[in-house]
Design a protein. Structure first.
Length: 223
């Protein structure tokens, strides 16, 4: 039997419906223009030769593809997430895998989710961390984020399950000595940045270290 939604889950669902409706009003031209501005802001936040775990946007999300392409030209490396459809049935198994991406990478439509994925050798998040002992920047998609770094995702839970509670930046977590540092940047539209307490937050929700919108970057202070 499927558990009944909790009041917090119901409240999150209501906020998600409102935010998705707002995103549907954005034109392709506006999304494209915002994507170019997001690329400019991200380039100022992320070192040129660093590793980035990005994503391919679903309809309405801020378009980070211009930045990802530019980052490759700057000498950086880019990895994109892939989702095993079998993992969707069990939240305990929801962990993203990653594929190294270049401008020549072949993409395919996911069998279930409204997203595209790169083809290629898959590696685990632990392996991705191990490849980049000097740090990794994760661009985190979502529908909203607040000024405390709390994020409202699409509801699949993959980023929360993959990185888990307490995995955010140096001032906001305890890090095992043998794990590299990870910086989480939430990429949202400017109107999707809210005051703390504007939407429900649960203990397992991933918190981010910074927010990037088409209008600029916001660094989240320590909790």
């Amino acid at each position: 039997m499927t558990p009944s939604p909790t009041p917090s889950q119901d409240a999150k669902a209501a906020v998600r419906r409102r935010l998705r409706a707002r995103r549907r009003q954005l034109s392709a031209q506006e999304l494209s223009a915002r994507g170019e501005e997001v690329a400019r802001v991200l380039a100022g936040e992320i070192p040129a030769d660093s590793a980035v775990a990005g994503y391919l946007p679903i309809p309405g999300e801020p378009d980070v593809r211009p930045f990802l392409g530019q980052h490759l030209l700057r000498g950086g490396s880019v990895f994109l997430p892939v989702v095993d459809p079998a993992q969707q049935q069990d939240p305990r198994l929801r962990e993203l895998q990653w594929v190294h991406w270049t401008a020549e990478s072949e993409l395919r439509r996911h069998a279930v989710l409204p997203m595209e994925e790169p083809l290629g050798e898959r590696i685990s998040t632990a392996e991705l961390r191990g490849l980049h002992p000097h740090g990794l920047t994760v661009l985190v998609p979502g529908l909203a984020v607040d000024h405390d770094g709390a994020r409202l995702g699409q509801g699949g839970g993959f980023y929360d399950s993959t990185f888990g509670p307490g995995t955010t930046g140096s001032a906001r977590r305890e890090v095992h000595a043998d794990l590299p540092s990870i910086r989480f940047i939430s990429v949202v539209h400017a109107e999707e940045v809210f005051d703390a307490g504007s939407f429900p937050v649960e203990a397992h929700d991933l918190r981010v270290d910074a927010i990037v919108t088409e209008r600029g970057a916001i660094t989240i202070g320590p909790l």
